[in-house]
Design a protein. Structure first.
Length: 242
């Protein structure tokens, strides 16, 4: 019995040491991976990297990881000839494999979310077409429409002979053709003035490209939230580093 107790104690100690070693190793690997992602994507700050699954050491021995989560703050994505700032980009990479020298890594698939503020979204749109296509009419996204979902409220400022009026338009947002798209559900009537559809839609409707996301992930779906649009992203056969 005494020998068995000693054996059990040794097993527990060794198990504890293995867990400690495993957690130290995964923390070091996460830091190294974060630095490589920052360098490969040209990021201004270091992203967060979280390697899932236990034990880590057995995964690394097989040159593959089950899941890796990456979080990036203030990511500058390409938008036509300009850029658009993504406030939060979070992606979970599935089936990550890497070479023996740890210089390159790929993922079988990825899912995640990205959030763009309403001000940033409209600013990027106006940069693409700064000309006053609808003189006398300006637009500002005022937030969620009643019920949320894919609807946003667009507040117009319309100059008329009677002064500046502020009708509200409900617009639907969606991912269309790889772009974030918005289109007004119906057009307002401002007092006694009916505004030409093309003139109003030149301000309320837009398509905004968000390109060159990390590792080649792409837009999937979009939903209006309180402070912006939350975009679902996805991808497959992704090159993470190298």
């Amino acid at each position: 019995m005494r020998a068995l107790r000693i054996l059990l104690i040794i097993v527990v100690i060794l198990g504890g040491l293995f867990v400690i070693a495993d957690r130290v190793a995964v923390n070091l690997a996460e830091d190294e991976a974060a630095d490589k992602v920052r360098t490969s994507e040209g990021l201004a700050s270091t992203p967060t990297v979280s390697i899932k699954g236990f034990p880590f050491l057995t995964q690394i021995a097989g040159s593959s990881l089950d899941d890796v989560e990456i979080g990036i703050k203030d990511y500058e994505a390409k938008s036509g000839s300009g850029t658009i700032r993504i406030a939060d980009l979070n992606a979970e990479m599935h089936g990550v494999t890497f070479d023996s020298g740890y210089t390159s890594a790929t993922a079988d698939s990825a899912t995640g979310t990205a959030r763009v503020s309403y001000d940033e979204l409209l600013k990027a749109v106006r940069k693409q077409d700064p000309a006053p296509v609808a003189p006398g009419i300006t637009a500002k996204i005022d937030g969620l429409s009643y019920g949320g979902g894919d609807k946003i409220k667009v507040l117009l400022a319309v100059k008329t002979p009677l002064g500046t009026l502020h009708p509200t338009v409900m617009s639907a947002v969606q991912v269309k053709g790889g772009k974030v798209s918005a289109r007004a559900d119906s057009l307002p009537k401002v007092g006694a003035f009916d505004m030409a559809e093309g003139r109003v839609r030149a301000v309320t409707d837009f398509q905004q490209a968000i390109d060159d996301l990390p590792a080649g992930i792409e837009l999937d779906k979009v939903e209006a939230v309180t402070d912006g649009v939350e975009i679902t992203v996805k991808g497959s056969d992704l090159k993470l580093i190298g």
